[in-house]
Design a protein around this ligand. Structure first.
Ligand code: NAD
Ligand code: 022
Ligand code: ZN
Length: 374
């Protein structure tokens, strides 16, 4: 079949809207009509050419929602008409990682996904004789796309596509980092660095978990009001204090010994200097610092090992530690019954033809999330 897509033809060039060929689903695969997709930072990272693993031409996009329109042989868990969210972290429930219960990083299709092809080693997308690569196993910047059955989560058909697409990455990453990775408890103190599309979802996760003190840190003062909308209790602009680590330690001094530091801290910037600050303002003896931000290629983190010897833990999370087929439908239900909010974070809605504007808005820091509606 033919489908309309925004194609990343080469690094550093704007996406080009064109018609491409799409082969139907092979065994174990499903054909999805994408109804809406968010634009996220890794799409930009890959398009810019800064991602050493980026391959072109490719169809980017990994934050979508849509409807199953066809299924390949052997598919049993979804059928035509089901509403689904594509998963860049699949859940096969059979590989050693899935069976371990210790990680969400399923390995079933990892190698081929990284190479931009389907599990059988071929691409479903082409223009004439030239193949086009898949991206993060999703390619949601195409109106129709093919995914392995293990990489789709079946969700409530009453849920609006233009909102729940955000659950395909940002919402689940932020909320999951709090609930699955950090396992924040009631009454905890927390600091969130970077109040963008991920940090705001960390804040709403902390609120759900019952955290008492939620400190937001951002260079942009406008983010204070954004944070407060989702449960922020304190705000620090690092440009306006001598030392942001010291400022947070002071704010969190508690108990007879008056030792300061947050129980949990989250990096949602991808900046390695910020990652160090987040670790070092976590509490001596038990503070946990969770790295969510993805740093540029070749970047390294550092701290004095004394920070770890004195009981702080430095951890990271991918897709909020969520097992997609199990957890994503639950998060859609939380949205549908009002337990979490999504609508206010979607600041811009665009047509596919205007997708490059979504990238411009992200560069300019003017959007929390832009969503393309097909
Ligand atoms: P964003 O651009 O919307 O937000 C980043 C925020 O950080 C902005 O508000 C900015 O003002 C602030 N900031 C920048 N430098 C800062 C500094 N030095 N100190 C304090 N604040 C600072 O980005 P986003 O969509 O929220 O994504 C954040 C990061 O999360 C990205 O690196 C993204 O790639 C990553 N991410 C990771 C996963 C995962 O699974 N681990 C999933 C999705 C996104
Ligand atoms: C999503 N991300 C950032 C913004 N939006 C993001 C990027 C990378 C990962 C997770 C989220 C990530 C963490 C760890 C891995 N990835 C490796 C997983 C593994 O090797 O098992 C990651 C993922 C997918 C891809 C690359 C890296 C890909 O499909 N190309 C989950
Ligand atoms: Zn993303």
């Amino acid at each position: 079949m033919k489908t309309r897509a925004a194609v990343a033809v080469a690094a550093g060039k704007p996406l080009e809207i064109m018609e491409v060929n799409l082969d139907g689903p092979h065994d174990g695969e499903v054909l999805i009509e994408i109804k809406a997709t968010g634009i996220c930072h890794t799409d930009e990272f890959t398009l810019s050419g800064a991602d050493p693993e980026g391959i072109f031409p490719a169809i980017l996009g990994h934050e979508g929602a849509g409807v199953v329109v066809d299924v390949g042989k052997g598919v049993t868990t979804v059928k035509k008409g089901d509403h689904v969210i594509p998963l860049y972290t699949p859940e096969c429930r059979q590989c050693p990682s899935c069976l371990s219960r210790k990680t969400n990083l399923c390995t079933a299709i990892r190698a081929t996904q990284g190479q931009g092809v389907m599990p059988d080693g071929t691409s479903r997308f082409s223009i004439g004789k030239d193949k086009i690569f898949h991206y993060m196993g999703c390619s949601t910047f195409s109106n129709f796309t093919v995914l392995p059955e293990i990489a789709v989560a079946k969700v409530d058909p009453a849920a609006p596509f233009d909102k729940i697409c955000y659950i395909g990455c940002g919402v689940t990453t932020g909320i999951g980092a709090v609930l699955n990775t950090a396992k924040v408890e009631e009454g905890a103190t927390a600091a969130v660095f970077g109040l963008g599309g991920i940090g705001l979802n960390v804040i709403q996760g902390l609120k759900l978990a019952g955290a008492d003190m939620i400190i937001g840190v951002d260079l942009n003062d406008d983010k204070k009001a954004w944070g407060e909308r989702f449960g922020l209790t304190h705000f620090v602009n690092p440009k306006k204090v001598d030392n942001v680590v010291q400022a947070i330690v002071e704010m969190t001094r508690r108990g007879a010994d008056q030792i300061g530091g947050a129980d949990y801290t989250f990096d949602c910037t991808g900046n390695v200097t910020v990652m160090r600050q987040a670790l070092e303002c976590s509490h001596r003896g038990w503070g946990q610092s969770i790295v969510i931000g993805v740093a540029g290629a070749g970047q390294e983190i550092s701290t004095r090992p004394f920070q770890l010897v004195t009981g702080r833990s430095w951890r990271g999370t991918a897709f909020g530690g969520a097992r997609g087929r199990t957890d994503v439908p639950k998060i859609v239900d939380w949205y549908m019954n009002g337990k979490i909010e999504i609508d206010p974070m979607i600041t811009h809605t665009l047509r596919l033809e205007d997708i490059n504007k979504g990238f411009d808005l992200m560069h300019a820091g003017e959007s929390i999330r832009s969503v393309v509606v097909y």
